[in-house]
Design a protein around this ligand. Structure first.
Ligand code: S3P
Length: 438
């Protein structure tokens, strides 16, 4: 068990400027997909930079339960002995996705066309997350999946002959798109997905890297069932969503200067960078290169006073996981920041609009909630106690708020930080955070 998971609370306290160079852990989205595709490919794949988080380990453990041999010769490396799309073994008992929406929704697609039954379950937070968004299109493909009124656990009845569909999704969700595409691998004919706004395209890019023919462009993907996946090696870039906490921290703590190395810069992930710059941030993107087919860059960030903005609605899907961090940046900015078109935040690991609004109010910031966003009035952060509602990104966001507050901030229920960012607290202390177990 990760050390974070054994502690209840953090106490974050102001300690002065942040300085240093950081290597943040591997990308969660890429790590999930790498395990999944490698497991059902023909041959052996090596994954470097794998995120040693609870979510991604849960996905790996699920494939081990279905007969896939996965070795970990060293931390952050996995060697996956793929069994082919038709080689998974029927699992006994529930498949536990932990806290991971990505794990559950993508697995629902991948397992829908298998010959055997399986049951996907999760923790209390995942059990409250809506699954109809994947169950509806999968049912149209011929999948038979029972749920609890649209919520987990998902009971998948295998042995169905799936057929490809042309699906126009009402939500900009990479998880929905990926679930349908993964079901499409075992469907007859073509599977096509159109999105209302382009979302992260890791599934499409990785399918191609594993040798599956696929056409895609922003907002649209199309593949045909019945091919095979060929094992390949995957280099996972550092997770921009993890780097985001340090970007915001350096932006709001006077005198700070941080560098982050080889961070994944997929344009569908870096909306926060554009928004922070619009707010006045001083961030430089250096040494652009490629890792595992993904653009990567070193990020240099220095403190600069921020001002509030209206966050462009079309930036929302490109920063969907960064709103907890953005809310803290907005609380420290001069003036008001408004967020609209972000109702999806209400169905993340917690209701992130409500959780962030309540936490910031407890620290003296005025926040007006809307159904699809909020108006955050920048001001003076004072100390206090906040509930993270078990949401990893909310806990880390308030660890930053604690650096900018005039007194200690107690953050409850931090165990789930290990789902996406194991060792966050130690790394944060290394660059000057005041952060301890409480
Ligand atoms: C993810 C997609 C996003 C994101 C999540 C990871 C993925 O979810 O919030 O953390 O890996 O596909 P939605 O598809 O629900 O927007």
């Amino acid at each position: 068990m990760n050390r974070d998971a054994t502690r209840e609370d953090w106490i974050a306290s102001p300690k002065g400027p942040l300085q240093g160079t950081l290597d943040v852990p591997g990308d969660k989205s890429v790590s999930h997909r790498a395990i999944m595709l490698a497991a059902v490919a023909d041959g052996t794949s090596r994954i470097d930079g794998f995120l040693e988080g609870d979510d991604t380990r849960a996905t790996a453990a699920i494939f081990e339960r279905m007969g896939v041999r996965i070795e970990a010769p060293e931390a952050r490396t996995r060697v996956v002995h793929g069994v082919g799309l038709d080689g998974l073994q029927p699992p006994e008992g529930l498949l536990d996705c932990g806290n991971a929406g990505t794990g559950m929704r993508l697995l629902a697609g991948l397992l829908a066309g298998q010959s055997f039954d399986s049951v996907l379950a999760g923790d209390a937070s995942l059990s409250r997350r809506p699954m109809r968004r994947v169950l509806d299109p999968l049912a149209r493909m011929g999948a038979v999946i029972a749920s609890q009124n649209g919520f987990p656990p998902l009971r998948i009845h295998g042995g169905q002959a799936l057929r490809g569909i042309d699906y126009t999704s009402g939500i900009a969700s990479a998880q929905v798109k990926s679930s349908v595409l993964l079901a499409g691998l075992q469907a007859r004919g073509f599977t096509e997905v159109q999105e209302p706004h382009p979302t992260r395209d890791y599934t499409e890019r990785m399918l191609r890297a594993f040798g599956w023919p696929i056409d895609f462009e922003p907002g649209h993907a199309r593949l045909e069932g019945g091919h095979r996946l060929r094992a390949t090696d995957v280099a996972v870039p550092a997770d921009f969503s993890s780097a985001a906490f340090f970007l915001v921290a350096a932006c709001v703590i006077p005198g700070s200067r941080l560098e982050m190395r080889r961070v994944g810069m997929n344009v569908r992930r870096t909306g926060l960078l554009r928004v922070l710059r619009q707010m006045g941030a001083n961030i430089q993107v250096l040494e652009c290169g490629e890792e595992g087919g993904e653009p990567v860059a070193d990020l240099h960030v220095e403190y600069a006073p921020l001002h509030g903005i209206d966050v462009p609605v079309d930036a929302v899907p490109d920063m969907i996981d960064e709103f907890p961090a953005l809310f803290v940046a907005a609380a420290c900015a001069r003036g008001t920041t408004t967020v609209r078109g972000a109702a999806e935040l209400r169905v993340k690991e917690s209701d992130r609009i409500a959780t962030m609004a309540a936490g910031l109010r407890a620290l003296g910031i005025e926040v007006l909630e809307a159904p699809d966003g909020a108006a955050i009035h920048g001001g003076h952060l004072r100390g206090g106690s906040i509930a993270s509602q078990g949401d990893h990104r909310v806990a880390m966001a308030f660890a930053i708020a604690g650096q900018a507050a005039d007194d200690e901030v107690r953050i409850g229920d931090i165990a789930n930080v290990a789902t996406s960012f194991p060792g966050f607290d130690a790394l944060a202390r290394d660059v000057g955070f005041g952060l301890r177990a409480g």
